[in-house]
Design a binder for this molecule. Structure first.
Ligand SMILES: Nc1nc2c(c(=O)[nH]1)N[C@@H](CN(C=O)c1ccc(C(=O)N[C@@H](CCC(=O)O)C(=O)O)cc1)CN2
Length: 298
């Protein structure tokens, strides 16, 4: 049997439609600053996609481009100026930054209230401790997608392949906060196939084309492919759809959720009343209220 599709495009479209009407109903004018450092063509494409989708829901963008030769201090100064600008509600620094720039220092310059991309150390701590704030856009978008389709996480064996600070690492922490039993795998994991065969939920976020082989995927597993490589290739072999119970398509899965989440956060940062219904998280969580799901568990 073929897996059911976790259709990120359609959920993102619903989120954007709700966002558009929430912004139209408000007197507020949300503005997102985008910071693009260097000439990476993929980064230009992604910032362009975010800008166009922002415009489509009534969010203004302020595009700042910085030369590829910039130092960490120069990029930090750009971000600090946006932090101080009362007309900017959210700041997106497009990853990756050129090698000579200390990306962590740049991210951590973003004020908490403007970290709509959820990339600062403080936002990571909030995701890890489940204390609110903006979630990372890709991990947050994935969780919204799983919630939308009422995929339970409580007590399930979840494997995250990848441990990047803006995706794999926070993704695992968010699922841990939802009482999944989380295992991180990465480039030094010796038994990746074995770990994935045992997983009920697989988050493939390694940035390595088709790293996850179709025959590693357990029957009926939930497979989220957060890979995006040229030619519509993900981190999971397409044949996995023949075994999985649920799977995200590439394209049309995680990517659109990332952008819809970023824009939802930007509107919230500006004070727009975006109710949970707007970003689909109001759907009843199938693991909500399960005995033993207290955050005090060890
Ligand atoms: N500061 C950040 N940098 C990066 C992030 C991020 O969330 N914050 N994520 C990725 C790239 N990314 C957004 O920046 C991104 C990548 C892909 C998509 C997307 O919607 N892709 C489409 C396919 C598009 C196409 O092929 O034309 C899809 O999957 O359907 C959105 C966002 C790294 N950097």
């Amino acid at each position: 049997m073929t897996a059911q599709i976790l259709d990120g495009s359609s959920v993102a479209t619903q989120m954007l439609a709700s966002l558009r009407s929430a912004i139209a109903d408000s007197v507020l004018h949300p503005t997102l600053a985008t910071v693009l450092v260097g000439d990476d063509p993929a980064s230009h494409t992604y910032v362009g996609m975010k800008t166009r989708r922002a415009a489509s829901v009534g969010i203004a963008t302020r595009a700042v481009t910085v030369p590829a030769s910039a130092s960490t201090d120069e990029v930090v100064q750009v971000v600090a100026a946006l932090d101080a600008d009362p007309y900017v509600h959210g700041i997106l620094v497009q990853h990756p930054l050129p090698a000579q720039v200390d990306e962590r220092r740049v991210f951590d310059t973003i004020a908490d209230r403007k970290d709509v991309d959820g990339v600062t150390s403080a936002s990571f701590a909030s995701m890890s401790l489940n204390t609110g704030g903006f979630r990372g856009c890709t991990p947050g978008g994935i969780l919204t997608l799983l919630d939308h389709f009422e995929i339970p996480l409580t007590g399930r064996r979840a494997v995250v392949v990848g441990r990047s600070p803006i995706l794999g690492l926070p993704m695992g922490m968010l699922m841990l906060a939802r009482d999944a039993t989380v295992t991180y795998c990465h480039s030094r994991t010796s038994d990746l196939a074995h770990q994935i065969r045992d997983a009920e939920v697989v988050i493939a976020a390694a940035g390595s084309p088709q790293l996850v082989k179709a025959d590693w995927v357990a029957r009926d597993a939930v497979v989220v492919d957060a890979g995006y490589h040229p030619g519509g290739i993900g981190d999971v072999e397409p044949g996995a759809a023949e075994r999985a119970g649920w799977i995200t398509p590439v394209p049309g899965g995680v990517g659109p959720m990332t952008i819809a989440t970023l824009l939802t956060h930007t509107a919230r940062a500006a004070g727009v009343d975006v109710t949970p219904a707007t970003d689909a998280t109001s759907r009843v969580r199938s693991d909500a209220g399960v005995p033993g799901s207290s955050s005090n568990d060890r």
